[in-house]
Design a protein around this ligand. Structure first.
Ligand SMILES: [Zn+2]
Length: 277
């Protein structure tokens, strides 16, 4: 443990997913330059960027070349104090659901924030995952009326319950946007599931913007999208400097953290979390 680090005793962790380890725990030891977090409950994400290099200093902490990555979280872990988000002080979140905040919830928030979507933009969400689900809630809270790709099943039902247009192909999505008078601008296609990137590329028409969550094994990009002047934006994973915003949306109830997480295995639309004994 370096002077800038603390040791965290984990109370709950996020299990699986494409974004790596995340969790919530209590600080049980602090380095010489990391005082002030002792005994605090903190959110912890998958990476510790160095925070000092040129990449970090220009907003690229998520892709810092000196990053320290946590592939898995056990009962205890060492973490850089500067990226931890302490709870309480108006940021009270229940355990174990809070374990997902610095992971899947922040990944969804990063997709939204880096896309820079505004309320009148036609935004398409591709992929049926827990991150897509959090992303839909974030977009709705920001006054954006997204459409999503789907046909039937639990994902389509959940979307319809939120008033989100669900469509199976490009023509149906275009009709949904026309109905909402959002038909004229290039689309912003957000792909929260690396496995569905080919479908996302197909939907990205002339001069569209395509935001793709790359995850731990980035998909090859991007079919014939470049010939249509599509802007492709990769998101490496949850940006550590956006955890605070994601947590605040959970506290406000704009993101339903309890409904979006589960202790059970095998639910494709909820982030699995696990309590540490
Ligand atoms: Zn760095």
């Amino acid at each position: 443990m370096s002077a800038d680090d603390v040791e965290v005793a984990l109370e709950a962790v996020q299990v699986g997913g494409v974004t790596g380890a995340a969790g919530v725990g209590r600080v049980v030891a602090d380095g010489e330059h990391a005082r002030g977090l002792m005994n605090r409950r903190v959110l912890i994400g998958p990476i510790d960027p160095c925070g000092e290099c040129d990449v970090c200093r220009h907003g690229g902490a998520a892709v810092c070349p000196h990053v320290r990555v946590r592939d898995a979280l056990g009962a205890r872990t060492t973490a850089a104090a500067r990226w931890l988000v302490p709870l309480s002080d108006g940021l009270d979140l229940a355990v174990p659901a809070a374990a997902a905040v610095a992971g899947d919830v922040t990944a969804a928030y990063t997709l939204y924030a880096r896309t820079g979507a505004a309320p009148r933009d036609p935004v398409v969400v591709v992929g049926a995952t827990p991150i897509s689900r959090f992303l839909i809630e974030i977009l709705l809270a920001k006054g954006i009326a997204p459409a999503a790709v789907g046909s039937g099943g639990a994902w389509a039902d959940w979307l319809r319950g939120k008033g989100v247009a669900v469509a199976g192909d490009r023509a149906a999505l275009a009709a949904a946007f026309a109905e909402r008078s959002l038909g004229t601008r290039p689309w912003r296609v957000i792909c929260a599931d690396p496995a569905t990137v080919a479908a996302a590329v197909e939907l990205a028409g002339p001069r569209a913007m395509l935001t793709v969550l790359a995850g731990r094994s980035p998909p090859p990009i991007a079919g014939d999208a470049l010939g249509r002047e599509v802007t492709v934006l990769g998101i490496a994973g949850p940006h550590p400097d956006l955890v605070v915003e994601a947590a605040a949306m959970c506290v406000k109830g704009e993101i339903d953290l309890a409904a979006g997480t589960t202790l059970a295995a095998g639910d494709p639309l909820r982030t699995r979390v696990c309590e540490i004994a």
